[in-house]
Design a protein around this ligand. Structure first.
Ligand SMILES: [Cu+2]
Length: 302
């Protein structure tokens, strides 16, 4: 019995949805949904895909730009609610899939809410898996000698973008490992200062094809925003000086392959330091352990 009046109420909710959709859209064409003329072919719920573009914490409302919902509404930005979701756990820019219900007071409820990995997350995850396998195939001692090619890897830079090391092919790269919380002046802070002086010396000599890369082995703390702040505090121009972080597995494999030790202790890593020069062909040209090197130790290879 209660199922019989389904169609009129569906018509009404679709009409309301279309009205709301038309009202909230700015540049999209007004909705002329065909749903009202074919109510029996349209369920009251619709799977959606979209991106979070805004959060209204006081109202517990998500602003989502969703893709076209075939036969229902075009791609547009609308307000949604998700029962039981802590909005503090989501952020703008995240992609999602969900099931959209009929609107309540102009807000569309979502169920089966699922965040998707961003393309950057997917690229980093795939490269981390490949690096894992490659490290395994090198056996007990994956260390790479001078003259050997460096492995392929993809990490996040200080802007949160996925950066593949392969994009540096054709350029010379000076690479080291640091962590931003390092309290020992002669260790990471000195190593970063050396990298900065190398960058300055290369600029003075007009060397255009040098890239500097510092990889953090404290990935739990050194997130992209932390790395960005670290660079900004030192006035580092990150155009050709990347600060990278990523999954711990990837960092462990890179430490092993590049011959650097970093053991977590109480709030501090016990670690060694190494700075490597990698040629345009991706092969290791030079390596200096410690932080007492001079720019010429590397620039003499240019
Ligand atoms: Cu350190």
């Amino acid at each position: 019995m209660s199922r019989l009046p389904r169609s009129p109420s569906l018509r009404l909710s679709l009409f309301a949805a279309a009205l709301f959709a038309a009202a909230c859209t700015r540049t999209d064409t007004p909705v002329t949904t065909t749903a009202a003329s074919h109510p029996t072919t349209n369920p009251t719920t619709h799977p959606i895909r979209g991106e979070i573009v805004g959060l209204d914490l006081p109202r517990q409302v998500l602003l989502i730009h969703h893709e076209e919902i075939p036969g229902y509404m075009p791609s547009m930005t609308m307000e949604f609610s998700v029962a039981g979701l802590d909005l503090a756990t989501v952020r703008e820019g995240q992609h999602l899939t969900a099931t959209m219900g009929a609107p309540v007071d102009g807000i569309f409820p979502l169920t089966a809410f699922k965040l998707l990995n961003s393309p950057a997350d997917q690229a980093v995850a795939a490269a981390t898996l490949a690096l894992r396998q490659e490290t395994f195939t090198r056996g007990k001692n994956p260390y790479r000698e001078i003259g050997e090619a460096v492995p392929s890897f993809t990490l996040y830079n200080q802007d949160g973008r996925a950066v593949s090391f392969d994009t540096f092919r054709g350029k010379r790269v000076v690479l080291n490992f640091i962590f931003t919380r390092c309290p020992v002046a002669t260790m990471c802070p000195a190593s970063t200062a050396k990298m900065m002086s190398l960058q300055a010396a290369a600029k003075t000599r007009g060397l255009a094809d040098l890239e500097l890369v510092s990889i953090s082995f404290d990935s739990a703390y050194d997130t992209p925003p932390v790395l960005k702040k670290y660079a900004a505090e030192r006035g580092i121009d990150t155009t050709h000086f990347s600060f990278l972080t990523g999954p711990e597995k990837a960092i462990r494999d890179l430490l092993a392959q590049f011959g650097v030790i970093a053991e977590p202790g109480e709030n501090i890593f016990k670690h060694s330091l190494a700075t490597l020069l990698i040629g345009a062909d991706g092969k290791i040209l030079h390596r200096v352990d410690g932080s007492t090197w001079m720019p010429d130790d590397f620039l003499k290879f240019f």
